[in-house]
Design a protein around this ligand. Structure first.
Ligand code: CUA
Length: 173
């Protein structure tokens, strides 16, 4: 009897896992495609709203918290290179101008999915300074394998001494 209950619980758990995967992989993109969530329109990202070019990159708000805004599109991340300080939480907000892309910060567990018509947000803290490649981890077309950005994590004091324009984006090497 106990075994049977355990078996049923395992099957239910598996069902739940499958359902939650389905939710993110199927339901959510469809819902967003149909205009749910009032996300940014992929066709006019560069024209108005939060993701116009001048608003991309790393920005500091009045309370001093940092937000990185990025667009993923076939086959680049815009901006190509972003700079943040080490040891502080940074909010990432990302959307896509075409299909689904997946930013992954190489050498970390951090990742963010970019979905057209929606903004994905997550907060990450990079404890140590360094350079991280940002390959796309979701097959998005023939140029997928060349799609990669760069993240530069600077020591905190070094970051705050940067010129505002150098804080927003950086030169990828
Ligand atoms: Cu973008 Cu793969």
């Amino acid at each position: 009897m106990k075994k049977k209950i355990g078996g049923i619980a395992a099957i239910m758990l598996l069902g739940l896992v499958l359902l939650s995967i389905r939710y993110y992989e199927v339901d959510l993109p469809i819902w967003h495609f149909l205009g749910g969530g009032k996300g940014p329109d992929p066709a006019t990202l560069h024209l108005s709203g939060e993701f116009v070019e001048s608003n991309l990159g790393t920005a500091e708000d009045a309370e001093g918290s940092l937000t990185v805004r990025m667009i993923a599109q076939q086959y680049v991340f815009v901006p190509q290179c972003i700079a943040i300080p080490a040891g502080v939480p940074v909010r990432f907000r990302i959307t896509s101008a075409d299909g689904v892309h997946m930013l992954s910060f190489l050498g970390t567990d951090y990742g963010l999915k970019a979905v057209p018509g929606a903004v994905t947000e997550a907060s990450f803290t990079f404890l140590k300074p360094g350079e991280f490649k940002i390959p796309c981890n979701e097959f998005c077309g023939p140029g997928h394998y060349a799609m990669r950005g760069q993240l530069e994590v600077a020591p905190r004091d070094q970051f705050s001494s940067l010129h505002p324009e150098e804080r927003r984006t950086c030169e990828s090497r």
